[in-house]
Design a protein around this ligand. Sequence first.
Ligand SMILES: Nc1nc2c(ncn2[C@@H]2O[C@H](COP(=O)(O)OP(=O)(O)O[C@H]3O[C@H](CO)[C@@H](O)[C@H](O)[C@@H]3O)[C@@H](O)[C@H]2O)c(=O)[nH]1
Ligand SMILES: [Mg+2]
Length: 193
Amino acid sequence: MTHKVKNVEIITLSNEWALLNRINFDFQFKNKEWRTVSREVYNRSDAACVLLYNSEKRTVILTAQFRMPAYLNTKNEGTSIEVCAGLIDGNEKPLECVLRETEEEVGYRLPTAIKIMEVYMSPGAITEKMHLFVAEYTPEMKINSGGGLEGENEEIAVLEMPFTEALQLLKDNSIRDAKTVILLQYVQLQNLI
Ligand SMILES: Nc1nc2c(ncn2[C@@H]2O[C@H](COP(=O)(O)OP(=O)(O)O[C@H]3O[C@H](CO)[C@@H](O)[C@H](O)[C@@H]3O)[C@@H](O)[C@H]2O)c(=O)[nH]1
Ligand SMILES: [Mg+2]
């Protein structure tokens, strides 16, 4: 289905760490009538994430960190369990981003990772597209203890756990980050572990 859009007007509401715009545009509805619509849109670069798994040990590597938006929503949900993820820098390719973030956040140097899909995280509000990857890791790939970039005020706990424990965290809804839910279910559905 194609939609007809014209006269797109962009009004910047905030341009600090990321860009928040109000977009006014004319939109043609099903009955052919054109009407002016207004939407606020938060702009960030695209992002990439990876679920690390070891099929021999039957383990996965996840992270835990404080997320203010989740805390604002529900106080005791501020600590978020997530796959390793980050925003794509400049001209970086999604795979390069995933390999860099894996070193920074969990301390593993991966030879490569496999792309699974691309999803919008919140298409009604944020332009960000997320590139999802999986990758097999082994203990020999560990090069540092991870934890994120202190200069960026990141404090990331590295959680290596049996896959069965991660599935239990899914089941009891202790994992509430959508990309992490998708990737854990993908690994389970494809019997990668
Ligand atoms: N100065 C400043 N820094 C910020 C701000 N917001 C975030 N940061 C910092 O910018 C860095 C971004 O880290 P990345 O690892 O690149 O991204 P991420 O925060 O992990 O984002 C990913 O995970 C999020 C949570 O699931 C996702 O929301 C996001 O889409 C992405 O996938 C972090 O150090 C974070 O503290 C801000 O408003 N100001
Ligand atoms: Mg991150």
